[in-house]
Design a protein around this ligand. Structure first.
Ligand SMILES: [Zn+2]
Length: 123
């Protein structure tokens, strides 16, 4: 007793080869286009978060200086601590989180040091 495959796009029964997933090319294209646009939306959403994080640090940080700010200060501005582009660990074991060239280091008392990677230091 064979299970008849149904089209992943329109759910109609598929005739023909057992490994077919779509009833025709139109359904396959529609399905793949939707998957692509869904993953694009996901990428765009995360990129937007990363860019916003970067912009927040940039706006708080005077050119080529370090400052410390409170966590609540960053949160009020909409900073999202879940997303960052990379980590940077110093020789002393301190880990900075970076959003592109702007980074932050968690300090005590819910304060953060904000830094900008100097252009002279190549990653
Ligand atoms: Zn179909």
């Amino acid at each position: 007793m064979a299970n008849q495959n149904t089209c992943l796009e329109c759910s109609k029964p598929i005739n023909g080869r057992i490994d077919k997933k779509f009833c025709d090319d139109g359904c396959r294209n529609t399905h793949n286009n939707r998957l692509n646009s869904e993953s694009n939306i996901h990428i765009k959403r995360i990129n937007a978060v990363l860019k916003k994080n970067r912009k927040i640090i940039q706006s708080l940080l005077p050119e080529e200086e370090k400052i410390t700010v409170s966590e609540s200060n960053l949160k009020i501005l909409g900073f999202n601590f879940e997303y960052f582009t990379h980590l940077y660990e110093t020789k002393t074991g301190t880990t900075y989180h970076f959003c592109y060239e702007y980074g932050y280091l968690k300090l005590e008392n819910n304060r953060f040091m904000l830094v900008k990677r100097q252009d002279t230091k190549k990653a």
